[in-house]
Write a new protein. Structure first.
Length: 345
C-alpha cells in the first residue's frame, strides 16, 4: 500500500468516526428528552420532534418547551467546553488544560456570587440576566489575565498552567468569603450555581450558544493546519511558517470566550473540557481537522449523557449536572495524571 492510499484510508476512517459521533450524539439528545416524569418513550419523542402537529398539546409542551431546551443546552455547552479544552490543550501543550483547571469556571462563580450576595439577583425582571451577565464578565476577566500573561516575555506553557491554578484557588477563596457573608437563601443560590445546572436553559441561550459554536468551529478548522504544526513544537511550527505567538493569542481569546459564555449560562461544570478532547485524541489522533470537531462531539455527548444520568439515578429528582460530570471526570483525571507520571519516569 502506498503512502497516499494509507493517508486516504486514515482520513476515510476519521470521517466515518465523525459521522458515527454525530449519530450517537443525536441518540443521546433524544434519550435526554425522553427521560423524566411522564414516562415518554423514544418513539413519542421522535414523533413529536418530527411532526409536532400530531402530538397532544401536553406532550408538545413537555418536549418542546420543557425538555428540548435543556437537552440542546447540554449539547451546545458541551461542544463549547470541548472546543475550549481542545484549543487550550493544543496551544499550551499540556494535557491537563481546560477551562475548569485554568480558573475560568471559578471566576464565573465569583461573578454569580457577587450578584447574589448584593441582591442583584432578585431585581424584578432583570435578576437572572444580571447574574448571568456578571458571571460572564468575571469569567472574561480571568481569560484576559491569561491572555495578557501570554504577552509577557519568557512565559511558558507550564507557567500558564501555574497561573491558572493560582487563579482557581484565589477565586475559590473569594467565593468562600462571599458565602460566609451571605444569608441562608443566598448561600443556597450560590451552592446551586457552583454545582452547575441546566435548569436555567432557554431557547435564547441555546441560540446564542449554537451561534458561538457555529462561528468558532469553522474558525478553528481554518487554523487547523497551523494548530497541527504547533503540536510538533514551537521551533518546528515556526520553521513551517506558523506565527506561534499570534496563533496562541488568537486561540486563547476564542477558547476563553467559549468557556466564559458556557459557564455564565449553566454554572461551573468541570472535566467535560478535559475528558472530551482526550477521548477525541484517542479516536482520531492529533490532526486538528478531525480532532477539533470530534472533541466538540464527544464533549457534547458526554454532557448530554450526564444530563440523562442526572434524571435517571433517582426518578423525580434532578441532580446538579456538575456532580455527575465530577463523578465521571475525577477518575479519568487521576488516570491521566498517573499515565503522564509513568511516561516521565
Amino acid at each position: 500500500m502506498s503512502a497516499a492510499e494509507d493517508y486516504r484510508r486514515r482520513n476515510a476512517r476519521r470521517l466515518a468516526l465523525v459521522v458515527a459521533g454525530v449519530l450517537v450524539l443525536a441518540f443521546s439528545v433524544a434519550l435526554d428528552v425522553s427521560i423524566g416524569p411522564g414516562n415518554l418513550t423514544l418513539a413519542d419523542v421522535l414523533n413529536t420532534l418530527i411532526d409536532p402537529q400530531s402530538a397532544s398539546p401536553q406532550l408538545s409542551v413537555i418536549v418542546w418547551s420543557l425538555r428540548l431546551p435543556i437537552a440542546l443546552m447540554a449539547l451546545t455547552v458541551g461542544a463549547m467546553l470541548g472546543l475550549s479544552g481542545a484549543g487550550m490543550q493544543t496551544i499550551l501543550a499540556n494535557p491537563l488544560a481546560d477551562p475548569f483547571t485554568l480558573g475560568i469556571s471559578a471566576a464565573a462563580t465569583i461573578g454569580a456570587s457577587v450578584a447574589i450576595v448584593f441582591g442583584w439577583s432578585v431585581l424584578p425582571g432583570a435578576g437572572p440576566f444580571i447574574v448571568t451577565a456578571n458571571a460572564f464578565v468575571f469569567a472574561l476577566g480571568a481569560s484576559l489575565v491569561l491572555f495578557f500573561m501570554t504577552r509577557l516575555r519568557g512565559v511558558s506553557a507550564e507557567t500558564m498552567i501555574l497561573v491558572g491554578i493560582a487563579l482557581l484557588f484565589t477565586c475559590n477563596a473569594i467565593t468562600a468569603l462571599l458565602q460566609y457573608h451571605s444569608s441562608e437563601v443566598q448561600l443556597t443560590q450560590i451552592v446551586f450555581w457552583t454545582l452547575g445546572s441546566l435548569a436555567r436553559a432557554s431557547w435564547i441561550k441555546v441560540a446564542i450558544a449554537a451561534g458561538l459554536v457555529g462561528l468558532a468551529l469553522p474558525y478553528f478548522l481554518m487554523r487547523g493546519w497551523a494548530l497541527t504544526a504547533l503540536r510538533l513544537g514551537d521551533e518546528r511550527a515556526e520553521s513551517l511558517g506558523v506565527r506561534v505567538d499570534r496563533l496562541r493569542l488568537e486561540i486563547l481569546v476564542a477558547t476563553s470566550l467559549l468557556a466564559a459564555v458556557s459557564v455564565s449560562f449553566v454554572g461551573s461544570i468541570g472535566f467535560i473540557g478535559l475528558v472530551g478532547p482526550h477521548i477525541a485524541r484517542l479516536l482520531v489522533g492529533e490532526d486538528q481537522r478531525f480532532f477539533l470537531p470530534v472533541a466538540a462531539i464527544t464533549s457534547a455527548t458526554l454532557l448530554s449523557l450526564a444530563s440523562s444520568l442526572s434524571k435517571a439515578i433517582n426518578p423525580g429528582v434532578i441532580y446538579p449536572i456538575g456532580i455527575i460530570t465530577a463523578l465521571i471526570g475525577v477518575p479519568f483525571f487521576f488516570s491521566l495524571v498517573m499515565s503522564i507520571r509513568s511516561r516521565a519516569v
